[in-house]
Design a protein around this ligand. Structure first.
Ligand code: ZN
Length: 190
């Protein structure tokens, strides 16, 4: 009946003892190759056969397939009325699915560009590449794709420049953005 104060007094010192216990060092130890060779740790030799499929999604899959057909396609949202390229199945403005496919023109205008004298591996290149964002005719303003400009000199390139796609021969197309070789100034004969 008067047992209450007793357990309370007992518990308090126990708790203090727990706090005073030295903590276990939780840090790991770096493994050296020797540790594995000397079998200080469990190890196994194994060649991974990681086979996997990759899906570009509905919109980009159709976009790539149409490139093989020599067409640039976009998706239209009937609420904000934007025509979006590269296409997407969901309108991030209206927060709803997009409504229909639209075939775009083969032409466009340079939105922005860069004159690049360095290759992907940081080596210097003599003839510069001219990557550009090209707004495709038939898509909404500001809707562009990144590609290369060709058949033009760096000094002749300007923002707003009219360009057209130069397609790879149909038999060589793979359903990739490289099915377009580059964009050249509009109306220029190859
Ligand atoms: Zn929309």
């Amino acid at each position: 009946m008067a047992a209450k104060p007793v357990p309370v007094k007992k518990k308090a010192p126990e708790a203090k003892e727990q706090v005073a216990t030295p903590p276990v060092n939780p840090r790991g130890v770096a493994l050296k190759e020797n540790d594995i060779q000397q079998r200080k740790v469990l190890s196994t030799a194994w060649r991974a056969r990681a086979e996997y499929g990759w899906d570009a999604g509905i919109a980009i899959s159709r976009y790539l397939a149409e490139l093989k057909n020599g067409r640039l396609v976009a998706r239209k949202c009937n609420v904000c009325r934007r025509v979006m390229v590269p296409p997407r199945m969901f309108c991030e403005w209206c927060f709803r699915p997009t409504d229909e496919w639209v075939v775009l023109e083969n032409t466009g205008r340079v939105n922005t560009y860069s004159i690049c004298y360095v290759a992907w591996d940081a080596t210097r290149i003599e003839t510069p590449q001219i990557p550009a964002v090209i707004e495709i005719d038939g898509a909404s303003p500001g809707m562009g794709i990144l590609h290369l400009l060709g058949e033009t000199k760096p000094d002749d390139v300007h923002i707003g420049m009219r360009v057209e796609a130069v397609w790879r021969p149909a038999a060589e197309r793979q359903g990739a953005i490289t099915d377009i070789l580059y964009f050249k100034p509009l109306g220029r004969k190859a």
